[in-house]
Design a binder for this molecule. Structure first.
Ligand code: DHB
Length: 394
């Protein structure tokens, strides 16, 4: 098969790029080793920044978020049992939407399907061929077991955190920036009513907890733990007790509980690979960068990469002109490093270290007080959390 752009990885980054290309009259073929069902059933984060929502509208993806999502004008940061509300609307004039990544994926997959876009899920034995030529492509075995080869003028590596495409950037010319954190999150899904109107990011001497939501009757919550903790062994009562203990305060806040029907462990890592382009190969989304989950930047960054790339790649493909990709990296990396800093900052400010030195604990409390107790601090947090404006819009 011959196309204009070969997209390796059909998660939110790859599908949004194929949607943007199609909207600009450019053909693509996207492949993914996972089946559609596998992707739809892998729970990820749930918050979309303002720019991501604008993109769903602008690229005609879906407006289902308006009926199935929840607009949040702020969030709660709860420190040692005292809640502080960060009012995004008032501070920076933006809101965010609680709308899970799995729904964004479903909307994108449906939009591509409706437009008869070529997306092949569940392929295997993927091998990139002639990556440095004028017609890079992939060989793979499709879901029906047939050997396939697709060639294009450009190749997008949007194949997630276990990317094979990131290694196409020649080793001597690439740098990988990486850090780990000495804790993890234990995530649960529960059949329970909402405990609050907005998300609660809570921290006290027992550690961090995040009370997020999915629907009126399904909730998503996370608990800071040690990466080696076997929380899968904890009883539901033990888990609920631990959640409540991290939220406990003199206002009498009581978490609403229910049946826990899913458990997952989330590692904490920060990662960026530069450069994100080499000739006709470009990287987007987790293939090029990872953030720890605090602050829900991962999906938003994948979509902002797509936003920085879509228009340029369409122009490059139409004129078969590599130079039209100029500016992609600069635009993408600026947001990526900002988000790296924000995720790192939210993470380190809100988590206790395993053997936290009393000085470090007190310093962290000072930081929290400074951010939450002052408008400048709250504004900084609100701006970063709701997503910075798109400077490229001019
Ligand atoms: C969710 C996850 C996050 O990491 C976050 O910061 C907010 C929400 C979620 O899964 O709902």
């Amino acid at each position: 098969t011959r196309t204009q752009v070969v997209i390796v990885g059909a998660g939110p980054a790859g599908l949004m790029i194929s949607q943007m290309l199609a909207n600009r009259g450019v053909d693509s073929v996207a492949i993914d080793i996972r089946t559609r069902e596998e992707i739809e059933n892998t729970h990820r984060a749930g918050i979309l920044e303002a720019q991501a929502i604008k993109m769903m509208d602008a690229e005609n993806v879906s407006d289902r978020y308006k009926t199935d999502g929840y607009e949040h004008d702020g969030t709660i940061i709860r420190v040692n049992g005292v809640s502080h509300r960060i009012n995004f609307k008032e501070l920076v004039g933006e809101s965010v939407w609680l709308y899970p990544q799995t729904d964004v994926f479903i909307d994108l997959a449906n939009a591509r399907q409706k437009a008869q876009g070529d997306v092949r899920f569940g392929v295997s034995d993927v091998e990139v061929v002639d990556p440095y030529s004028d017609n890079p492509g992939v060989k793979f075995v499709d879901a029906d077991g047939n050997a396939q080869e697709v060639r294009g003028d450009f190749l997008v590596g949007s194949d997630g955190s276990r990317s094979i495409c990131r290694f196409l950037i020649p080793e001597e010319g690439r740098t990988q920036f990486f850090r780990e954190y000495p804790f993890a999150w234990f995530g649960i899904m529960a059949e329970a009513p909402m405990s609050a109107d907005e998300l609660i990011y809570a921290t006290n001497e027992r550690g961090f907890a995040l009370i997020s939501q999915r629907t009126e009757s399904i909730q998503r919550m996370y608990l800071q733990c040690n990466p080696s903790d076997d929380m899968y062994q904890w009883s539901e009562d033990q888990l609920w007790e631990e959640f409540q203990s991290r939220l406990e305060g003199s206002d009498g806040f009581q978490l609403k509980t229910g049946k826990i029907f899913e458990r997952t462990l989330l590692p904490f890592r920060s990662f960026v690979q530069e450069p994100m382009q080499h000739g006709r190969i470009v990287l987007a989304g987790d293939a090029a960068h990872t953030v720890p989950p605090t602050g829900a930047r991962g999906l938003n960054l994948a979509l902002s990469d797509a936003r920085a790339l879509g228009e340029r790649l369409a122009a490059a493909a139409k004129g078969n002109d590599v130079s039209k990709l100029d500016g992609y990296q600069e635009a993408a990396l600026k947001r990526i490093w900002r988000a790296q800093n924000f995720s790192y900052w939210m993470t380190t400010m809100m988590h206790s270290l395993p053997d936290e030195n009393p000085y470090d604990y007190k310093r962290r409390q000072g930081e929290l007080e400074m951010v939450l107790g002052h408008k400048s601090g709250q504004t900084h947090l609100a701006e970063a959390y709701s997503g910075w404006p798109n400077e490229e819009d001019g």
